[in-house]
Design a protein around this ligand. Sequence first.
Ligand code: HDD
Length: 719
Amino acid sequence: MAKPPKHTAGKTAPALDHALHDHQPGAGHAAYATTAGNGGETHQDAPTGAPAEAYLTDNFGHRLADNQNSLKAGARGPALLEDFVLREKIFHFDHERIPERIVHARGSGAHGVFEVTKAIPELTKAGLFQEAGKTCPVFARFSTVAGGAGSVDTPRDVRGFAVKFYTDEGNWDLVGNNIPVFFIQDAIKFPDLIHSVKMEADRGYPQAASAHDTFWDFVGLMPESMHMIMWAMSDRAIPRTLRMMEGFGVHTFRLVNAEGEGRFVKFHWKPVQGMESLIWDEAVKIAGADPDFHRRDLHESIASGAFPAWDLGVQVFDEAWAAKQPYDVLDATKLIPEEDVPVEIVGRMTLNRNVDNFFAETEQVAFLPSNVIPGIDFSNDPLLQGRLFSYLDTQKSRLGTTNFHQIPINAPKCPFHNMQRDGLMQTLVPKGRANYEPNSLDEAGEDSGPRASQDTGFTSFRENGERNDPTEKVRVRADLFADHYSQAALFFHSQTESEQAHMASALVFELSKVSLEHVRARVLSRLRNVDESLAARVADGLAMDLPEKAPAARKLVKMKPSDALSIQKQAKATFAGRKVGILFAQGSDKATIDELRQGIEKAGGTAFLVAPKVGGIAVKGGTLKADGQLDGSPSVMFDAVASVLMPDEAAKLAQQGAAVQWFMDAYGHCKTIAHCPGTQVILDKAGVEKDDGVVPNADLLKVGPVRHFAREPKVRALA
Ligand code: HDD
């Protein structure tokens, strides 16, 4: 047996590597005590009475006694399935990796602060930019594009420059690069571009390099990439450090002020440290000497208090100016020379805190170009438009859940409320039942949840007049959509009397289950627009007064009733695909049963024999086996029923609930009931009265398995 671990009683608790971070959800998170072990001979142990965080636990809070040895059947025996400690540890380890980003997989991030240095309320209504001195937390991630997560830091490549601003009005993600233009003009080419630059599909190399066939093949065939190629072949693509490169929003965005005036804008990040690049030979040597050169530099600078900073600049111009340029400002392969439109500095970002945990923060951060705030809007740049979909989409496969926004690094720091619910890894616990809108639960004193606000909510810039796009982006419906009742009335008036009665009864049933009286009344008020008699019937069925008629947004149009909308008017008297249950018992006449069966089958239907017992039953003319026993084959399973019974057997069955119910239900459900004279005793007991659908067996084929709705008022009270 291995020796039990030595207790180091009296020793202070081991230092915690990972303090709980203030914005991590919930207390009681696993905090890991350091332990040292040598094969179970000696290791540090949490002393009795140490703070709770000093104790090693599993993920469910159970304190562990041994983190060195699995549970075995004897010292030299196999591991036991019972060992939940071993299983949980290995299970979790096995699933530690998530898919790396399809591009920009290799990246380094840091926290910081953004401070507005110049208010620009005349340009944007974004709360962030209303006054100088306003700050908000940020998270920035810099990346290479082509290489995998473990690739080197200094290849010739574009660098990602993504910043998440956690503003009071929600997150604003400026997901740019260190180069102001892009390879392609339309997002539809992005997968091709990336396929061509990544390692080649058949051989899996080169890693993190654009110097290969497929990339240059693509470039040669895509002349629009030539401007970007100039930048990519320049020293910009081998920055000295991440701190010494510029950043660009690339696309033309739009700023919108409180008056609703929009202007185009390009965003720039200017490094306070100045710009510097590597010499190619340096880049190559650094890749070998220190593959983590950029990551280490960023981490060490911040750790030492030499906080890197960038000024945020804007180039602002209007539609008229854009229209005069020899390039299209919606084309991401074009820049706007600073000499034409100067860059105005409006704020500064300072990165002042390294991540506590690389995976939780840098790996799980999810940037979305679609994250904008009121006052900042998109343009119709076709590259940007595609990105608005792609980033949201990719997070689902990368982070595994639509609830990735709840991961602390992605969650806004302002409150967020909506009616999105559930999903994988849901960590919020919303209260109440207001998970839909509109609702009037507040009228019953319940929490009715949040509502949209036209005043303070995000509204898309009305684009009328934008070059090449005469259409407007609007969240409205066309006028004619406002007629909500004409066709509801058409449907109701197209139904038969009995179908209308079914509808009225269904409404009574449904609304009788509604406990909120104001909801019932509101529905009645709307039904009055469909049909006054329907509303009156339903109100009567609920014993309620008819409320005021709800105003209709548009005048109703009278439409001619359509028979195609009625099931009953379209009903076919056919056996095809229909099933007829035939009840028989001891002594029944086999010839009659056979005749019924053959007739039904010839007409395309199915005959199903039902008897009190399923095994062979002695009948007149032989033995018959039933397809189903009476109790397990109620008449609701059939489209019509027939019965072939001797009077004495029928008399016995008339004493059995299942048999009486069989006919009672068939009658109540308005089905055809074909029967022999002997059955009459059960029919009488079941209250079956003669009508067009209660016929001798010989008439079954003539009548068919149709419903006899004329019978319905006799069997149930409808609204
Ligand atoms: Fe992209 C990641 C920058 C075009 C699709 N992109 C990604 C990142 C940056 C950029 C910095 C890394 C974000 C991070 O650190 O997590 N991308 C750009 C720029 C573009 C651009 C500046 C052009 C102006 N990207 C672009 C297009 C598409 C994508 C046209 C697709 C249609 N980009 C993605 C992506 C990524 C991504 C696949 C991978 C991981 C992620 O989004 O979160 O959705």
